[in-house]
Design a protein around this ligand. Structure first.
Ligand code: UD1
Ligand code: MG
Length: 449
């Protein structure tokens, strides 16, 4: 029987934030969500998330999962107190209890498995992960006696000599829960922080083991924003390296960010200052960026998107977007189309070979294939209360500065005169024009005052 407890009740004072520490994010996922994702891989029987500070906010951040049970620790008197509260709340303290700090977000399931295996093979009371840090500042120092852990001394309780010890406690423990429950209530808070430390259990339990692992970044604890940024950098580096090995070129890697879920195919070039977020897929031979943001979208083959923003949309193949285009949610731009300078498209479907090259707003529209939308064309889709649709048939030629007052439905091969305000539907092959005729008045001069 394997149970997991995740410690997530603390405020995170050193973050200097109104957001609880475990809700800060690394590459789009909260610290707590990352720890949960890692331990779910171990297929435990139950997961306890211990919350306290802003517990409602923390609990609401976690999607429904039948295995997760929240335990409230209020007030928060330390990591040992958190486990005292858990032991009291749960009747059966049996099997293995894996305790994970909610602020050590990059821990890998493989490393957790190693700990569980060591624990089982040595029939330990407690086994925990340690590592040697060049700069151990802020961590609890682990003191060994032979094969066993003698004690852990928190940084704030260390004397000068103890502080020199580079072997640190990573904040990841496996307990024999039954034996833990027998000593958990004897923990004291007679230390410099006046907290009940979970780390004091090593001296109270008999068989305390250390699993020393190489520090490759996964054991980084997050107590302040410098450490948060370090972890972000680690995650981003590994995401980008994965893509580079798969055939993606980054022109200026450090200025780009890529979500873990993003899929990028071979021979895609990511130019500087480009951010690919959420579930985005970029197919091969695209050039994305510079200065581009794409979220939850699909981009087909051979597309070029520069200096533009794309949200929740489908960009099919051989398409050029930008510079300075904004493709808003629920848009579909079909193959061989071109969306140009200062163009905003929202909730619209553009068929193949459509061109919207300059200074337009196309909202709630369906534009037929091979239609050219002249510069400055606007769909007036909102009457102050409701949004309406604009439909333009294929092979149409929309004059510059046309305003479509929706709802409007134009047939195929329709032309509109430049500067027209179109308020009525028109049939196939027609010209729709609505503007006053130009008058030239001869010999007219401005009066001088
Ligand atoms: C803790 C360890 C330290 C270790 C380090 C690794 C203790 C006493 N110290 O120190 O040895 O090197 O982690 O990162 O455990 N929490 C609660 N309830 C509380 C207090 C804290 O749930 O009453 C939670 C926090 O939300 C956090 C985790 O426990 O997720 C660790 O707490 P934190 O205050 O960050 O401990 P550290 O000082 O980092
Ligand atoms: Mg910490």
């Amino acid at each position: 029987m394997l149970s997991v407890a995740i410690l997530a009740a603390g405020k995170g004072t050193r973050m200097e934030s109104s957001l609880p520490k475990v809700l800060h994010k690394i590459s789009g996922k909260s610290l707590l969500q990352r720890v949960i994702n890692s331990c779910v891989e171990l297929n435990p029987d139950q997961i306890f998330v211990i919350t306290g500070h802003k517990s409602k906010e923390v609990q609401e951040s976690i999607p429904e999962n039948k295995k997760i049970q929240f335990i409230i620790q209020d007030p928060q008197l330390g990591t040992g107190h958190a486990i005292q509260v858990l032991c009291r709340a749960i009747k059966k303290n049996e099997g293995k209890l894996l305790v994970l700090n909610g602020d050590v977000p990059l821990i890998k399931p493989g490393t957790l498995n190693k700990l569980l295996n060591l624990h089982d093979s040595k029939n330990a009371d407690i086994s925990l992960i340690t590592t040697k840090k060049k700069n151990p500042q802020g961590y609890g120092r682990v003191f060994l006696k032979g094969d066993f852990i003698e004690r852990i001394v928190e940084e704030k309780d260390c004397n000068n000599q103890e502080r020199e010890n580079l072997l640190i406690n990573a904040g990841i423990y496996c307990f024999n829960w039954d034996n833990l429950s027998k000593i958990i209530n004897t923990l004291q808070s007679n230390n410099n922080q006046k907290e009940i430390y979970l780390t004091d259990t090593v001296s109270l339990l008999k068989n305390s083991l250390s699993l020393e692992v190489e520090d490759n970044g996964e054991l980084q604890g997050i107590n302040n924003r410098i450490q948060l940024s370090k972890c972000e950098e680690n995650v981003q580096n590994s995401i980008k390296e994965k893509h580079m090995l798969n055939g993606v070129t980054f022109i200026n890697k450090a200025s780009c960010s890529i979500s873990e879920e993003a899929e990028i195919s071979k021979d895609v070039t990511i130019e500087a200052n480009t951010h690919i977020r959420g579930r985005t897929k970029i197919n091969s031979n695209c050039i994305i960026g510079p200065n581009t943001f794409i979220e939850n979208s699909n981009v087909g083959f051979h597309c070029e998107i520069s200096n533009s923003t794309v949200y929740d949309s489908q960009i099919i193949d051989h398409i050029k977007i930008g510079p300075y285009s904004h493709i808003r949610p629920n848009s579909k731009i079909s193959s061989h189309s071109k969306i140009g300078n200062f163009v905003e498209i929202k909730n619209s479907q553009l068929e193949e070979e459509t061109k919207v090259n300059h200074l337009s707003y196309i909202g709630d529209s369906i534009i037929g294939r091979s239609t050219n939308i002249g510069a400055g064309t606007i769909t007036a889709n909102f009457d102050g209360q409701k949004k309406y649709q604009t439909k333009i048939g294929k092979n149409s030629s929309i004059g510059a500065n046309t305003v479509f007052v929706a709802p409007i439905n134009l047939g195929e091969s329709v032309t509109t005169g430049a500067g027209s305000v179109i308020t009525k539907d028109s049939k196939d092959n027609s010209l729709a024009i609505s503007r006053t005729k130009q008058v030239n008045i001869a010999n007219w001069k401005k009066k001088k005052f």
